[in-house]
Design a binder for this molecule. Structure first.
Ligand code: FE
Ligand code: FE
Ligand code: ZN
Length: 274
C-alpha cells in the first residue's frame, strides 16, 4: 500500500492533522514546525501530541514529516542568520521528541555568493551543532531546484554535506520530484538512471521520503514552481512509474501541489489507484 499524505496546517493541532490526513485518504502528512517565514513556534501541547501518537498507531500511519521554515539559511553569509538557523533547528528537533521516530526536512540553504564549497562547510557545521546521539528524529536534506545560489540541486552536494557530519546515521534525503526535475535529473523519461545515480553518489539507503509535485517548467529550469500532479512537465505516466517503483513504493510520499484539501484528496486517490 502506498504511504501518502499532503501538506497540512499545524494550526489545527496535531491529532486533528492525523484525522484530516485520514479523511483525505492518506496515512501520513507533512506540516511546518512554525510559520514558514520563521518566528516563534506554538507551545507543544503534550496531550495533543500523545493523542496523535495513539491515533497514528491505531490507523497504521507511516512516519510523518515536519518541514523547517523555508526561510532558514544555515549557510548564509550573515552570522546572525546562521545563528537563527541553528536556534530554530535546535528548538524544532527538541520539540520533535514529543513525536519520536519521525522525520524533519530542511532546505540545505543558499550560499549567496560565498561559493558551493563554503556553503557546504557551513551547513555541515550547523548540523554538527544541532544533532545529538540519542535523538530519535531522522533529519532529511531536501533535493533542491538550484534556484539562485541554492545548494542541494546536485546529488554530489548533498553527499558532501553528509560526509562532513559526524552523526551521519541521523541523516537522510527527501527527494522532491519537482526540484530534481528542475535540477536536471530526468525522472520523467529516465527514472532508472536517476535512481542509479542517487545510489552511486549518495547511497539509496539514505532516501527516506518523497515530495510528489509536478513542475510548471521543463527539465533543468531551476525555477521551483510546483504544479498539480499530471498537469505539468513531469506528467501522470511518470508519477505512476514513481509510486509503483520497487525502490520507491514503500517510502512516505508528501504532496506539496498547489491545491485545496479537495484537490489533495483527488490526487491521493489517483496515486493510490496505481
Ligand atoms: Fe521544501
Ligand atoms: Fe519539497
Ligand atoms: Zn519547491
Amino acid at each position: 500500500m502506498l504511504n501518502i499524505g499532503c501538506h497540512l496546517s499545524v494550526s489545527q493541532g496535531f491529532e486533528n492533522m492525523g484525522k484530516q490526513a485520514m479523511e483525505l485518504g492518506g496515512n501520513t502528512f507533512q506540516f511546518f514546525t512554525r510559520n514558514p517565514r520563521g518566528g516563534k513556534a506554538k507551545e507543544i501541547d503534550k496531550a495533543d501530541t500523545d493523542a496523535l501518537i495513539i491515533f497514528m498507531k491505531k490507523n497504521n500511519f507511516a512516519k510523518i514529516l515536519a518541514h523547517a521554515p523555508y526561510t532558514l539559511n544555515p549557510c548564509s553569509g550573515n552570522e546572525r542568520t546562521r545563528e537563527f538557523a541553528f536556534e530554530t533547528m535546535s528548538d524544532d528537533l527538541k520539540r520533535m521528541e514529543y513525536l519520536p521516530n519521525n522525520m524533519y526536512n530542511f532546505h540545505p540553504g543558499s550560499h549567496v555568493g560565498q561559493g558551493v564549497e563554503k556553503g557546504i562547510e557551513l551547513i555541515a557545521e550547523v548540523l554538527n551543532d544541532v544533532l545529538w546521539e540519542d535523538m530519535s528524529t531522522t533529519v532529511l536534506l531536501e533535493t533542491m531546484a538550484g534556484k539562485g545560489s541554492e545548494i542541494g540541486s546536485k546529488f554530489e552536494e548533498l553527499k558532501a554535506i553528509i560526509d562532513r557530519v559526524e552523526l551521519k546515521d541521523k541523516l537522510g534525503v527527501c527527494l522532491d520530484t519537482c526540484h530534481v526535475f528542475d535540477g536536471g535529473y530526468d525522472i520523467k523519461d529516465n527514472l532508472e538512471n536517476v535512481l542509479e545515480e542517487f545510489d552511486k553518489i549518495i547511497g539509496i539507503e539514505r532516501l527516506k521520503a518523497l515530495h510528489l509535485n509536478d513542475s510548471k517548467n521543463p527539465l533543468a529550469s531551476h525555477k521551483d514552481r510546483h504544479e498539480k500532479i499530471g498537469e505539468g512537465y513531469i506528467g501522470i505516466k511518470a508519477f505512476e512509474r514513481i509510486v509503483t517503483h520497487p525502490i520507491l513504493k514503500n517510502l512516505p510520499c508528501f504532496l506539496e501541489t498547489p491545491n485545496e484539501l479537495a484537490g489533495y484528496k483527488k490526487e491521493i486517490e489517483l496515486l493510490k489507484s496505481f
